[in-house]
Design a protein around this ligand. Structure first.
Ligand code: FAD
Length: 273
């Protein structure tokens, strides 16, 4: 198997804290290369991501914060970078983010390439920087070629690697990686993997982020209706098959979107052996 990493979101309520603790305890046994913690654009989780990074690093995990520029100032980003350095973090996931509804100010840095450049200016080579990639195209991009060019811009600005938006169509990933290599970019492009446990939730996410759920998957899922066991079993099988294809086709590692739950990811890992 290739190395794996897990993504968590920062808990806010006491119940969410307990949930994350349980999830981390179970997933830690799989020796992830690192774990990452998302960050709300516009400062909505400003205090929660660093706190979660501190806590996870205290358990011995290499915890990497996500950092976004949408809605934030250079000064805010600068102080977060200082804080993460002080916490011992050496890896960041750098993103533009999305403006929360009702928020009007886009911030001082407009796109992720500007954020990557800013991080390099401020901290040199201290951080290993991952950026986002979209094998099925970012939903706001005019077309795939423009989106690819913008992705390349992030790498040229100083990113060391990329994690993709999730997808259920392996060919989209292979095609994207081929295009990136043809453009002379050789950084690792790690597939982001979304296990399927709650199908209506995944459908909602997919509409927002532009990930396509193939008809053969959605039709079967819809037919299972409220049969949660069948949804979980089929979901784990489909996602494990996808992971196997990706690894066989050269994916350097796998990044699991856990949504702070252990079971859906563990079910996939169990099938992968
Ligand atoms: P960018 O790379 O800036 O791209 C955004 C859009 O602008 C694209 O359409 C692109 O083609 C275009 N573009 C890029 N550069 C330029 C340019 N120089 N000129 C003109 N157009 C340009 N969101 C969060 O809020 N918090 C998180 O923690 C978080 N984690 C994520 C982790 C991963 C692995 C992924 C894949 C996504 C994550 N997101 C997160 C979601 C992400 O913030 C959104 O998808 C957002 O809409 C785009 O972020 P980006 O960094 O890809 O933006």
């Amino acid at each position: 198997m290739v190395p794996i990493s897990f993504e968590f979101y920062p808990p806010k309520t006491p119940e969410q804290h307990v949930q994350l603790d349980k999830t981390v305890a179970k997933l830690q046994a799989h020796a992830p290369e690192y774990v990452s913690v998302t960050f709300g654009a516009g400062g909505s989780t400003l205090s929660h991501t660093p706190e979660t990074i501190r806590k996870l690093r205290g358990t011995g995990l290499d915890a990497a914060p996500h950092i976004t520029c949408m809605g934030g100032s250079r000064e805010e980003i600068r102080s977060l970078l200082k804080l993460y350095r002080a916490l011992g973090a050496k890896r960041l996931v750098a993103l533009r983010g999305d403006l929360p509804s009702g928020m009007v100010s886009a911030g001082e840095l407009r796109y992720a390439d500007e954020l990557v450049r800013f991080i390099r200016e401020e901290t040199g080579d201290h951080f290993h920087i991952e950026v986002a990639a979209y094998p099925e195209m970012h939903p706001q991009a005019r077309d795939a070629q423009v989106d690819l060019k913008n992705f390349i811009g992030k790498v040229r600005a100083g990113a060391n690697g990329a994690i993709t938006q999730y997808f259920y169509n392996a060919d989209a990933y292979f095609r994207f990686v081929d295009d990136v290599r043809r453009a002379g970019i050789d950084v690792p492009v790690v597939p982001g993997v979304m296990p399927i446990a709650n199908f209506s939730q995944i459908r909602r996410f997919s509409e927002l982020c532009g990930a396509e759920i193939p008809r053969w998957i959605s039709q079967r899922m819809l037919a299972y209706a409220d049969d949660a066991d069948s949804i979980r079993a089929f979901g784990a099988e489909v996602v494990a098959q996808l992971c196997r294809r990706l690894v066989d086709g050269g994916a350097p590692s796998l990044h699991f979107y856990t949504l702070n739950l252990s079971r859906p990811t563990l079910n996939v890992l169990a099938q992968l052996g």
